[in-house]
Design a protein around this ligand. Structure first.
Ligand SMILES: O=C(CO)[C@H](O)[C@H](O)COP(=O)(O)O
Length: 218
């Protein structure tokens, strides 16, 4: 099964977590794009979606799915999103697609976060994937120096401006042995908007596509 087939398989499996007549929280990325396609096939069964990026919003609207602002929604039963890395503890690194801030917001607003990955994303320890950190532009150099003090090697993601008008530092060479602690430490650096460690609010369920099918971790 090639990687796209795995992404499609796990996207199909995620549809089982979508409640009828609900508003669905939708993440960002290539795996989620397969989920959006599947959601389009059942759009008559749902009220609509809340999106974590302009990119996903465009895809949802193109399929005729109503997209609500998060401020319009009081209850979000499920959030479906991918990850760049995920551990057995359901802690993740996200932000490869620069959508980490709105993803963390919508994930936080949802009752159940279902993470959909192909098996290549599963790791014993976070940090091989460079950690994305969203930063207020005027603070970029200061935050970079603070991340070096934490043992990282920050690299400015050239040419990328997030949906929120901020910039991204990708932090290499971190071995994240205590994700919750590091997530809080980086959050506390003035100028940091969001960092891509999702551990304080990790996933509730991980669906992982393998050669032999989709594994579910709860
Ligand atoms: O966090 C994200 C975007 O900010 C994505 O969910 C993550 O990068 C995984 O994307 P893909 O499914 O394309 O590998």
């Amino acid at each position: 099964m090639d990687q796209n087939a795995k992404k499609q398989a796990v996207a199909k499996a995620a549809i089982d977590y979508v409640e009828s007549d609900s508003i669905v929280g939708v993440g960002t990325g290539s795996t989620v794009n397969f989920f959006i396609e599947e959601l389009g096939k059942i759009k008559h069964k749902i009220e609509g979606a809340v999106s974590s990026s302009e990119a996903s919003t465009e895809r949802l609207k193109a399929l005729g799915i109503e997209v609500f602002e998060l401020n319009e929604v009081s209850n979000l039963s499920v959030y479906i999103d991918g990850a760049d890395e995920v551990t057995e503890h359901k802690h993740m690194i996200k932000g490869g697609g620069a959508a980490l801030t709105r993803e963390k917001i919508v994930a936080g607003a949802a009752t159940t976060f279902v993470c959909i990955v192909d098996e290549s994303k599963r790791v014993p320890v976070l940090g091989s994937f460079p950690l994305p950190v969203e930063v207020i532009p005027m603070a970029r150099s200061f935050v970079a120096r603070e991340l070096v003090k934490l043992g990282g090697d920050p690299e400015y993601r050239q040419g990328v401006v997030t949906d929120n008008g901020n910039v991204i530092l990708d932090v290499h060479n971190l071995e994240i042995l205590n994700p919750r602690e590091l997530e809080q430490k980086i959050n506390n650096i003035p100028g940091v908007v969001t960092n891509g460690i999702f551990a304080l609010r990790g996933a509730d369920i991980v669906l992982s596509a393998t050669e032999s099918g989709v594994e579910t971790f709860k």
